[in-house]
Design a protein around this ligand. Structure first.
Ligand code: NI
Length: 210
């Protein structure tokens, strides 16, 4: 990894420490009884993550956070040209949501999955439309201007760095890897185990979306 990226990662760690998240991360491990103790706080309860946005969806229209009032939201930041990490994570998370659809269909209907691009230069609505449909029929893809994406990424504690290779249309985007579960008012609840099994993802969703 390059120097600037490591600096970015250090900054994320500092932000996490500043918000007191680190002490709560252990709670992300699935409980052995498969359920949270009664009255247990979601791991990200009270964390300053998230907030309002208005971006462009895969159909070219505008989508705002307020459109999802009353719904749980799974939010993952990435980019469609990502060669390996993003597609694997998205596939796992969406398989987890499909497992929720089997385990608790009523709950699943109240969950909106959202993919936000950190590569607005290439992720046009048309590109996103094709991309998101490969993972889940209800997955929404959002893009915007460089400024809009920078603003939303900051609110959601996502760092990204577009590697500029002069004269080439091929480039990679280093970015934070995070799968958030937010509540019906847009409040952060938990991080989903994107590298776990679909059942583990589903269990974590069901544990905190209640
Ligand atoms: Ni990626």
């Amino acid at each position: 990894m390059s120097g600037p990226v490591m600096n970015n990662i250090n900054n994320v760690v500092k932000m996490i420490l500043a918000t007191g998240l680190l002490t709560l991360l252990a709670a992300c491990n699935p409980a052995s009884d498969g359920g949270a103790p009664a009255g247990a706080e979601p791991p990200l309860a009270g964390a300053k993550i998230g907030g309002s946005f208005t971006l462009t969806n895969q159909d070219g229209g505008k989508t705002s956070d307020t459109d999802f009032k009353g719904q749980y939201r799974i939010i993952y930041f990435g980019y469609s040209y990502c060669p390996d990490v993003c597609p694997v994570d998205l596939a796992n998370i969406m398989l987890g949501l499909k497992q929720v659809e089997k385990d608790d269909p009523a709950l699943a209907r109240k969950i909106q999955p959202i993919f936000i691009s950190v590569d607005p230069g290439r992720d046009t609505p048309d590109v996103l439309k094709q991309y998101v449909s490969a993972f889940h029929p209800r997955l929404i893809g959002l893009t915007g201007s460089a400024e809009e994406i920078a603003a939303v990424a900051k609110k959601y504690l996502i760092l990204y760095d577009i590697r500029n290779d002069e004269g080439s249309s091929e480039y990679l985007v280093d970015h934070s890897r995070q799968a958030y579960l937010f509540g019906p008012e847009g409040e952060p609840l938990a991080l989903l185990p994107f590298d776990g099994t679909p059942q583990q993802v589903a269990d974590e969703i069901i544990r905190w979306a209640r």
